[in-house]
Design a binder for this molecule. Structure first.
Ligand code: PMP
Ligand code: GLN
Length: 402
């Protein structure tokens, strides 16, 4: 045990949070800045969202929309979220059952903290977005990870992707399961869960009387004419599902941190009870601007997916040409690779050296796993960057083989 003030302070951190003192995104972004590397690690776009959205928010600040908004969020935004869910998915959402949060991160945390405590279990797929494990630890509940495993096509032609084994999913459920935390489109793998997979998850949740919390922040980033299926649209599932999304991804404003959750009134009230003591409220000038942006025409939404699909192709093709095994990204703005063909055995080691070596930053998939062996040789790249940035990154990555 470390001695002296630093050691003493380190021991002050409650034990359950000790594995979570830093995040891979903060560390890799800092390394990218230090080395001047192209940052394909942390997922954030390098261009701004719709000009009307930016102008609205700026005007709101100038005109004095700067004090606490109402606890559940402003009525215009709650109504706009409900209308968005009707327009894209045919869901009938009561604006009173929409809660505006400080990004999807807070919605997830408030849901888990509201519903789970010591002795409870949360089923989620691994690799998982990093906040899931930390949030579950904070609540005192236990994480039951179900692997998404690489699937290599038998013909060796189609790009490999990821899927879960239904038996492994079933085995993760128990009478202690309180929440199933589902992320689709999935970060980091780019997996988009289909109706059949979601149906099985829903059936198991119903059998064990668990709540499904769905993280749908990449809902508008689905490629190749695929479709995002919200869990709440499956028969009987709306009554046990909390649906979460965020303006950060859809409108390329990740720093604004405005998200939302909707679901059955009693569940949303439970989430609100936790949320109000995490941040109380946030984002006053952003909320009305986002309410208006949610009403942008279909061309905005389809344009977002089309543009990202082109970038996915640019980066995926470049990575393949550079010698990586490249998994199919069906959604999100991430693509996962296997670095084994390049002669590397450990993705994390490679990621720590990559910025110095060739001037590109990426993140190892192992940090998103409870079982690090699962993602040992996998590395995630973000493609939500300008085409010229991706082209330069691809040319630098080409040097790895040499
Ligand atoms: N869930 C997933 C899967 C994410 O990738 C992110 C992104 N950054 C979040 C939640 C957090 O969203 P927000 O920035 O709105 O808190
Ligand atoms: N969601 C982003 C990613 O996965 C980053 C979010 C963060 O930095 N916490 O890259």
């Amino acid at each position: 045990m470390a001695r002296g003030p630093a050691g003493y302070r380190a021991r002050m951190l409650v034990e359950r949070m000790r594995p979570f003192t830093s995040t891979i995104f903060a560390e890799m972004s800092a390394l990218a800045v230090r080395t001047g590397a192209i940052n394909l690690g942390q997922g954030f776009p390098d261009t701004d969202g719709p000009p009307s959205l930016l102008a609205d928010a700026a005007a709101n600040i100038q005109s004095g929309v700067n004090q606490y908004p109402p606890g559940p969020g402003i009525p215009e935004l709650r109504a706009a979220v409900a209308e968005h869910q009707r327009r894209f998915y045919g869901l009938d959402v009561d604006p009173d059952a929409v809660l505006v949060t400080t990004g999807a991160t807070e919605a997830i945390a408030a849901a888990v903290l509201a519903l789970c405590g010591p002795g409870d279990e949360v089923v989620t797929f691994q690799p998982y977005y990093d906040s899931y494990a930390a949030t579950i630890a904070l609540s005192g509940a236990t994480l039951r990870p179900v692997p998404l495993r690489p699937q290599y096509g038998s013909d060796g032609q189609a790009a490999p992707d990821f899927a879960f084994d239904p038996d492994e999913l079933r085995a993760a459920f128990s009478p202690r399961t309180r929440v199933v935390l589902v992320n689709t489109p999935h970060n980091p793998t780019g997996t988009v869960l289909d109706r059949e997979q979601l149906t099985l998850i829903g059936e198991l949740a119903a059998e064990y009387d668990a709540v499904v919390v769905t993280d749908e922040v990449y809902e508008h980033m689905v490629f190749d004419s695929g479709r995002h299926v919200p869990m709440a649209t499956l028969p009987g599932m709306a009554e046990r599902t909390l649906t979460i999304s965020s303006a950060g991804k859809t409108f390329s404003v990740t720093g604004w941190k405005v998200g939302w959750v909707h679901g059955p009134g009693e569940l949303v009230s439970a989430v609100r009870a936790a949320k109000q003591f995490l941040t109380y409220v946030s984002g006053a000038p952003f909320q009305p601007a986002i309410a208006a942006a949610l009403g942008l025409p279909d061309t905005f939404y389809s344009g977002l997916a089309e543009e990202l699909q082109g970038k996915r192709d640019l980066l995926s093709d470049g990575l393949r040409a550079a010698g990586f095994t490249v998994f199919r990204s069906a959604g999100t703005y991430f693509v996962v690779t296997d670095v084994t063909p390049l002669g590397f055995g450990d993705g994390a080691e490679l990621c720590w050296s990559l910025p110095e070596r060739i001037g590109v930053a990426a993140v190892p998939v192992s940090v998103f796993c409870s079982d690090p062996d699962l993602g040992r040789t996998l590395v995630r790249f973000a493609f939500c960057k300008r085409a010229e940035v991706l082209t330069e990154a691809v040319s630098r990555l080409g040097a790895l083989r040499g």
